[in-house]
Write a protein of this length. Structure first.
Length: 114
């Protein structure tokens, strides 16, 4: 992500954590982050980017900014033998019996169902 639109988080007063994986702080449109309570919301940024976020407009207003680990969004994976009908899992590992449109893990690979 390279930018966040104007008033993107309007009325998002209950947000308690934002995780950005962008190594360069995304440019923010006018009042993009204004409604977030920056005294209570933690901003997690990639390792080595803390100073960039602390200097970036709107991002620097967060009281709690911390560097986090890189994440794939996939955890606790278990390999299954491939036999017969494939099983579909969401990116967070939940099995799906009747997959609709979306991205799934099938036999250890990401697959898009259109």
């Amino acid at each position: 992500m390279t930018s966040i639109g104007m008033k993107a988080f309007r009325y998002c007063t209950s947000v308690t954590k934002i995780i950005s994986r962008a190594t360069t702080p995304p440019a923010c449109g006018s009042q993009a982050l204004d409604d977030i309570n920056k005294q209570n919301c933690t901003l997690e940024v990639p390792q080595g980017t803390l100073s960039a976020y602390q200097a970036a407009e709107q991002w620097k207003e967060f009281f709690f900014i911390q560097e986090g680990e890189a994440s794939t969004g996939i955890s606790n994976t278990v390999a299954q033998p491939t036999s017969g009908t494939p099983t579909y899992h969401t990116l967070d590992g939940r099995e799906v019996k009747n997959p609709g449109k979306g991205i799934y893990i099938v036999n250890g690979k990401k697959v898009m169902v259109k």
